[in-house]
Design a protein around this ligand. Sequence first.
Ligand SMILES: [Zn+2]
Length: 503
Amino acid sequence: MRDAMSNMKIIRGGRLMDIAAHGSTNVDLLIDGDTVREIGQPGMVAPDDALTIDATGKLLHPGLVNAHTHGHGALAKGMGDRWTLELLLASGPWTYGKRIHEDKYLATKIAAVEMVLKGCTACYDLTLEIPMPTVAGLESIGRAYQDIGMRAVVAPMVADATLYEAIPGLMEALTPGMRKDVEKLRLAPYETSLANMKSALHGWSFDRERIRMAVAPTIPLHCSDAFMIGCAKLAREYGVGLHSHVAESKVQAISGIKRYGKSLTAHLDEIGLLGPDFTVAHGVWLDDDDCRRLGDHGSSVAHNPASNMLLGSGIANARAMLDHKVNLGIGTDGANCSDNQNMYEAMHIASMVSNVRSPDSERWLSTREVVEAATIGSARALGFEKIGRIAPGYKADIVFLDLAAINWIPFNDSTNQLVHTEDGTSVHSVMIGGRMIVENRHLLSVDMARFAAEVETARARLAEANQPGKELFERLETVVGTFCPALARVPHHIHRYASSDWM
Ligand SMILES: [Zn+2]
């Protein structure tokens, strides 16, 4: 499987997964540049100069598309335990503090390396720079994906209010000393963040077919309305996506009612954010009316079941989303809040949590629905039209699974086994845009030993520089860790909407 100068490739001997049929067919695929040109019978005629790729004993599936992650979280992998979402947010000055652009590049690269090695070929990365996004920072993040050869949407997360300003009553619950400390965390005025994103959008130097930008007002409660409206205007001016964490935790859902007098989604609808370009991350605490609004606008939800369980946020009602014609994608969330970037695991968990929601098995997500969410559903959320399936005219983003791996012995049902058995250990090779990125289990673009050493140098420097941030977190944890759970303990109307379910 060597890459060569020819623009044509013929993949011979593989079995192409048929997701709907739960099976596979023996085919040859002709790749022209970055695109699948033709799928034909084994032995089909190919141009003389086409390079042959031997896929004997391999099951080919479309590259998985991660609808929601945080590349910056990868340097903070495994740093927390027993953290709610609000504790995770409070840990920011420790876990993401003091980063230079090279750290942003490295963090993103760690995430990208893990994703491609585990069969993911494109992601929606909600990245973070504090106190605001910068052109140079966003370029270093885009460069990390470019160097790995992965497709990505890079969406700077922006806010003009801190956690302490966003959650009603939290600032008042802090001691005067803590209040002084968190005042130093103040974010840039929103006009500056908007101006920097506009500059980055304007001068974006990456091939937009591979790496593009989007705009992510991070959490509605953390953004003034003027800021969110400004984000929507900017995204629509440049034709890029909008992405926000909506009703991820019960604390957010309750704070939204307190702040806006209506649900977060109803508020976003009213100020004009919802549309086919809009993605809700998580949506654990959406009710039927919220799902209807999102479905009516053709919006997407990035379902991140692993993160929702790790942070104790709850279990999103993916079935209700599909009932209302919401476009469903699946994500891992960042390595700081689900601690790996494994889309096979995300699919597996999405399937399992759907089952425990309802006694009625017809309401469970089918494995076909799960795979479709993790491929074409996520692709639609990212805004890439020609990824998420292996078909003529689509980009050649293809995962080669080794059918000699134990996960496929025996091979009974490709769709069920992809969701319920595969864990990434069968990934043999990964092609993105017609180019081999992973070959025979090796990532071609990275010397892993050197990379690990570089990462360790950065990790050690940041651990030392962020010691004061760690101490601040340990002080704040005592208040955030009690105030927010108390806020969430009150009943919430959403329970009424799930009457047919267990929860
Ligand atoms: Zn997130």
